[in-house]
Write a protein that binds this ligand. Sequence first.
Ligand code: GDG
Length: 478
Amino acid sequence: MRIVIVSNRLPVSITKDKKNNNKFQKSAGGLATSIGAYTEKITELSYTWVGWPGIGTTIKSEQDEITDSLQNIHCYPVFLTEKEMDKFYLGFCNRTIWPLFHYFPTIASFKKEYYNMYKSVNLKFAKALSNIINENEDIIWVHDYHLMLLPSLLRQSYPTLAIGFFLHIPFPAYEVFQLLPSQWRIEIIEGLLGADLIGFHTHEYTDNFLRATLRFAGLENHLGVINNKGRLVKVGTHPISIDYLKFSKTAKSPSVISKTQEIKNQFKNKKILFSVDRLDYTKGILNRLLGFEYFLDKYPAWRESITLIIVVVPSRIGVFHYQQMKKQIDETIGRINGKFSTVEWTPIVYKFGSLDFENLVSFYSASDIMLVTPLRDGMNLVAKEFIASKQEKNGVLILSEMAGSAKELLEALIINPNSIEEIGEAIKKALDMSKEEQSQRIEKMQERISRYNVFRWVSDYLNELNKTTLLQKQMESQ
Ligand code: GDG
């Protein structure tokens, strides 16, 4: 049995070094981190990862060379041209689906040329997969909103192939999904229904999808199972998790312990607030900054005794709303620092770039308060990673109720990110929380994440997929 993981991007990107040689670089983001943790750890796993390698070459000999070198690391490339990336990735994926599914309909663009390219790139993936699929031995696991038409495209050629689909972002409420032109929304639902199992992070997203399926495709479900013209499709909730041990062990390693201490020494006698996200308007970075400003205004005694360290990782810079968000973040940080800074103290320390893994864990470990304030987020792994890194069981997580992870991390201080006041008051509450309470809350969350880690997530998902295909076989033999 082989698992074929399909996602828009491979877990590595290829770039050119100075001598024009191919260089592999690990891809960032939630999908690569979570599935990557699984493929790295389960060494006996037979798998191939299919996706875009981050390079737009159209020269056949270069493509062959890249295909060969990727084979050694279980990857198979789908080459996308600049035009495809522009209209498919920056267009339909990130200007239509991403804003709409995160409840930003006013900035969603509904251009037909984007959708047409989305269809053609999904078809390109189906064709690329046909070069490697073995219908009787492979399990295909398609990931995320870039490839929602792919399950049914595969199903047309492979009636008995086991196909799973997982959506990493929210599936929106019926009224929001309805904003998609009628032909597109029905094609997307039918596209997904080509899978045997469709997974979501939370019950809300699952219910939203089932309702959309009923309203737009007229298909009812029984306990999450849909009978799609004689083929069973299971729709289920599978909240993604993290490699808990990787974070907890790293946090206890000598080099991270010493880096953690360095950070604490650098911000001596100050409480450290920390946040890290990809640059994205869904992550609520501006609200977080304004919440911190509210706090400093309302509780002046805390000035000079607290620092917010904010890391923003560059992402989708080609999309206008991301450039605009970057500008607003820069300006707001400048304004707040200008308003409160003294000769000895800068309230916000800002890095636009990424941290290596050890540094990331050291910052999680050194911080007193973690701010996770998305306006909408499928799950949010950062919140879980912070908890796993807190091996001293000190610190407080402030978490938006709009993140899927708020359904599991019940002991966090849950806030509504649209309320600047709620964010500011939560900071105060976190600072006032006793050490005992911090530790009790963290322990409960750690217990949950360590039990339901990313390995459980993958195995539960694949078991469920297996059960659904068996049920289908039973039904056919009756
Ligand atoms: C999508 C959904 C869902 C970030 N900065 C650095 C860094 N990261 C890593 C984090 C974390 C990942 O990137 C981000 O994952 P999130 O889940 O927080 O967010 P998205 O990228 O938007 O992911 C999300 C996820 O898919 C999985 O289903 O949870 O809702 O939007 O792992 O650690 N890693 C390093 N340096 C950084 O500076 N090393």
